[in-house]
Design a protein around this ligand. Structure first.
Ligand code: NAD
Length: 308
């Protein structure tokens, strides 16, 4: 018995890296999978792998940020298997540059694939669940780059912070229809991170398995079990949350919360007045007024990024 026996799921960008691991894990747990992937070769290989293991999968080679593809993804699930239970929004790209060097094309491409590529499949899936009175589960893919801010990723981080907010709002709006929506902020060794970070810090030696073989901490397949769980009824009413996931570690993120306040006795502030008291905000919260590298405070880090 799998956690997802009889269920139908869509995974976008499922031909490589984290999405590939997610599609395979969902299938291992019993789900039939619509594998969306712009590269037909790697997408087809994932479908073949699922089928060879005794599962069911179909390939969709569209760009998930295109409206026709998003509509078709939901249509394919319904036409092929008559139901849709889960949507994993995973597809993503990088176009890293510092903001002063970034072109409008580099900005638009990243915002489009991530934000529009999350919005459109979610829109069609939610419309189906709402109209049919059936329930579903969504997993969105954010990033610590958006939650904390990462050098050289103004476009990607803005998209990923947007995805965390998007996921939270979808969870609120769809709660009344029994649809749950959560986001993950994964970290793994994939084509994407190798292009951004280069060589990886090797943590495997510290993570021994029963066999005496080192646990591959940054393996992309380590992300998938959490995603399969969030796509299943075992996740119960968990919704609107953001989880960090890498190696053998699952984290729960806290949303932005107000850390301190100053008020001006029921009168409008003057700039001078703020200048005189703004230090109270930093004193009370312990937050530094200077620019900070929040990524440096991560519990699990890959490597330092080079200057872009
Ligand atoms: N790898 C990490 O450490 C990491 C960290 C944080 C977030 N993420 C996020 O996880 C997701 C997967 O990343 P990955 O590291 O596996 O990357 P990857 O490049 O290995 O795989 C992404 C896959 O998505 C496909 N794809 C890209 N645009 C598409 C589109 N418009 N429609 C359909 N398919 C498309 C690509 O062809 C590729 O096969 C992304 O959203 C990424 O931003 C990854």
């Amino acid at each position: 018995m799998g956690l997802l026996d009889g269920r139908v799921a869509i995974v976008t960008g499922a031909g490589r890296g984290i999405g590939r691991g997610e599609a395979l894990e969902l299938a291992r747990e019993g789900a039939r999978v619509v594998v969306n992937e712009v590269d037909p070769e790697v997408g087809g290989a994932v479908v073949a792998e699922i089928v060879a293991a005794g599962g069911e999968a179909v390939l969709d080679t569209g760009d998930c940020s295109e409206e026709d593809t998003a509509r078709q993804l939901v249509g394919t699930a319904l036409d092929t298997w008559g139901r849709l239970d889960a949507l994993v929004n995973n597809a993503g790209i990088l176009r890293d540059k510092t903001v002063a060097k970034m072109s409008a094309e580099e900005w638009d491409a990243v915002i489009r694939v991530h934000l529009r590529g999350h919005f459109l499949p979610t829109h069609y899936a939610c419309a189906h669940w709402k109209e049919s009175g059936t329930q579903g589960r969504i997993v969105c893919t954010a990033s610590t780059s958006g939650l904390l801010g990462n050098f050289g990723q103004a476009n990607y981080g803005a998209a990923k912070a947007g995805i965390a907010a998007f996921s939270t709002i979808v969870a609120m709006e769809m709660a009344r229809y029994g649809v749950r929506c959560n986001a993950i902020a994964p970290a793994a060794r994939t084509r994407m991170t190798e292009s951004a970070y280069g060589a990886f810090k090797d943590l495997s030696a510290a993570e021994g398995s029963d066999e005496g073989e080192a646990f591959d901490f940054w393996h992309p397949d380590n992300v998938a079990p959490l995603v399969a769980y969030l796509c299943s009824d075992a996740a119960g009413t968990i919704s609107g949350k953001v989880f960090g996931v890498q190696g053998d570690a699952v984290e729960l993120y806290q949303p932005f919360t107000s850390a301190a306040v100053i008020a001006n006795h029921d009168t409008r502030w003057t700039p001078d007045g703020i200048a005189a008291r703004v230090h109270e905000l930093f004193d009370e919260s312990g937050i530094s007024a200077e620019v900070e590298n929040m990524m440096g405070k991560l519990r699990f880090t890959m490597t330092e990024r080079s200057t872009l």
